[in-house]
Design a protein around this ligand. Structure first.
Ligand code: 13P
Length: 250
């Protein structure tokens, strides 16, 4: 049985004091859950968030990183830097980074490999645009993105990679994929992983859904056969709402 991983992506929101207050509150509410709870916070919040999350079951992640270990890359953060302060997860290839910061399948692949080299758990985002969807290209786009992202990894590393299926047209728009639709896309992703790394590995990979997840649709989405939790943007900024998403079974 795959674990459900419910990850919040705060994007460019929350100051350190707000992060501490949030985590103090959430940690009390989620101490009983068996679902994995992750908060991917802005770089500036990481250290505070890690301290606030100590001795709780909340895991902390970053939202991006460079693929090089060190060097003349002004403004960048390396995998080793994240690892050195005990960050556990890192989002890679979010569509906002692909769209605004020239993230490509190639840089995504370099970052995924770099994350595994230092023992960070990557959450790799894939997803189609509305135009690609309307042209019937969803499966082709997301399986290709998945294949390219994972190149160079061994089966064990693939099994430890989280994929987040985030249809771009559903991000921040209030539009959600139907649960059947999201489940079918995620099945395509799992099939692609099975083709390249075997069914056993594919069965172990956690594949999340992301795109306007909220308390009222989390249960329907996360109860589907292949959806192993979610990557939550806007709704993860409110403690009570995110707590309800984490406790979606209730
Ligand atoms: P929303 O939940 O705000 O649609 O954002 C989804 C997302 O991009 C998570 O990474």
């Amino acid at each position: 049985m795959r674990k459900k991983v419910i990850a919040g992506n705060w994007k460019m929101n929350m100051l350190p004091n707000e992060a501490i207050e949030y985590i103090d509150k959430l940690s009390k509410l989620v101490k009983d859950t068996t679902n994995e709870v992750v908060l991917c916070v802005p770089y500036i919040d990481l250290f505070y968030a890690l301290l606030a999350a100590q001795n709780t079951n909340i895991k902390i992640g970053a939202q991006n990183m460079h693929f090089e270990e060190k060097g003349a890359y002004t403004g960048e953060i390396s995998p080793q830097m994240l690892k050195s302060i005990n960050v556990e997860y890192v989002i890679i290839g979010h569509s906002e980074r692909r769209q605004y910061y020239n993230e490509t399948d190639e840089t995504v692949n370099k970052k995924v490999n770099a994350a595994h080299r230092v023992g960070l758990k990557p959450i790799v985002c894939v997803g189609e645009t509305l135009e690609e969807r309307e042209n019937g290209k969803t499966a082709e786009i997301i399986t290709e993105q998945t294949k390219l992202a994972l190149e160079g990894l061994d089966e064990e590393q693939v099994a430890k990679t989280i994929i987040a299926y985030e249809p771009i047209w559903a991000i921040g728009t209030g539009k959600t994929a139907t649960s059947e639709d999201a489940n079918n896309s995620i099945k395509e992703i799992r099939k692609e992983i099975a083709r390249n790394y075997g069914q056993e590995t594919a069965n172990r990979v956690i594949i999340q859904y992301g795109g306007s997840v909220k308390a009222e649709n989390a249960k329907e989405l996360f109860s589907m056969s292949d959806i192993d939790g979610g990557l939550v943007g806007g709704a993860s900024l409110k403690v009570d709402e995110f707590n309800k998403i984490i406790h979606f079974e209730q």
